[in-house]
Structure formats: C-alpha cells, structure tokens
Design a protein around this ligand. Structure first.
Ligand code: S3P
Length: 179
C-alpha cells in the first residue's frame, strides 16, 4: 500500500453494468494506485466453491445477493480496488453503504458497448439463453432500472470507445481530488 494518507485507506468500488470493463480497468487502476485488485465475483466464487452461475441456478438470486453483501462487509476492511458485480449497488441500501465505506466509481457504457463486451455471456446467469437482440434489450432494461443507483457514484467515467488504460488514468486523476 503506497497511499500515505489514512483517509485514502478505504476501498475504491468500481461499479457499472456487466461488460462495462470493471475487471479490465480494475487491475490497471490498482497498479497505478499501488493497491490490490479484488474481483468481488471471483472472491465470492473462491469462498463458496461454486461459480456465480451455479449459485444463481442452485440457490437463486437472493442467495447470491446475500453472499455479495457479506463480501462487501469483508472487502470494506481493506483498501483495494474492488470490481463489484453489476447488481451490487442496485440492492436496497447498497449505494449509501458503499459510499460510506469507500469511494464509488461508475464506469458508464452504452447498451451497444455493453453488448459487444459481454459476448455470448455464458457465465452470466442474467443473460443466459438469450440471443444477441434479447441480450441487448435485457442490458438496456437493466441499465435503465439501475441508472439512478449507478449515478450516485462520486466519480463517473464514460468508457465507450476508450482504451482501458485511458479509463484507469482518468479515474486516477479524479481520485486525486476525491479520496
Ligand atoms: C450481475 C453481474 C455479474 C454477477 C452476476 C449478477 C448483475 O457481475 O455479479 O451475474 O446483476 O448485473 P459482472 O458485472 O462482473 O458481470
């Protein structure tokens, strides 16, 4: 941890829709900040011994949301760059909680950019079994439903057409003024 300021020793939460680039930008940002990177879904999978898809299929979405909420509690104790699953901040009370525990950064992307980045979306239960047109419609619908939660973020970065390194650089600059 190279951050000298105590108030900076809080997580940076990367939020945004599936396919917005959290897992790509996150490690780049973490390297710039000298912090650890944590992918919350991978963290949950490692502890649960099951994939996110298996949890959704076997126990249902509410069970996954409970694991996700518990993960936030633990990860809030560190000062990492944490990529959260797309739905985490949209759960009841989560936006306020995340803002209290760290700095929330929203990677904003259009439905077309999201569609291009999620590909066939095999590991994403909320898009499973949909063809491309239906995936785009689902992404646009979810984005609309979550927009107000995402836009509570302290930092909002538009990512369409932006290389990941440029997005990481913009976040680093913005964090300079807000952590
Ligand atoms: C979800 C997004 C996924 C994962 C789960 C639910 C969502 O994470 O947490 O499939 O509700 O948008 P990514 O945003 O990393 O794909």
């Amino acid at each position: 941890m190279s951050d000298p300021e105590a108030k900076s020793a809080r997580p940076v939460w990367l939020v945004g829709m599936m396919g917005c680039g959290k897992s790509t930008v996150g490690p780049l940002l973490a390297r710039r900040l000298g912090r650890d990177f944590v992918d919350a879904d991978a963290w949950i999978e490692a502890r649960a011994g099951r994939s996110v898809r298996q949890i959704f299929e076997g126990e249902g979405e509410p069970a996954f949301r409970a694991l996700e909420s518990a993960a936030i509690d633990v990860l809030a104790g560190g000062a990492g760059v944490v990529a959260l699953g797309g739905g985490a901040i949209a759960q009841a009370g989560a936006a306020e909680r995340l803002a209290r525990l760290g700095t929330v950064v929203y990677l904003r992307a259009s439905p077309d950019a999201l569609l291009a980045r999620v590909g066939r979306a095999d590991g994403r239960p909320l898009l499973a079994g949909l063809d491309s047109a239906a995936r785009r419609a689902r992404l646009a619908e979810m984005l609309e439903a979550r927009r107000s939660a995402y836009e509570t973020a302290a930092i909002v970065v538009d990512t369409d057409g932006q290389p990941p390194e440029a997005v990481a650089e913009r976040i680093e600059q913005a964090l300079g003024g807000s952590t």
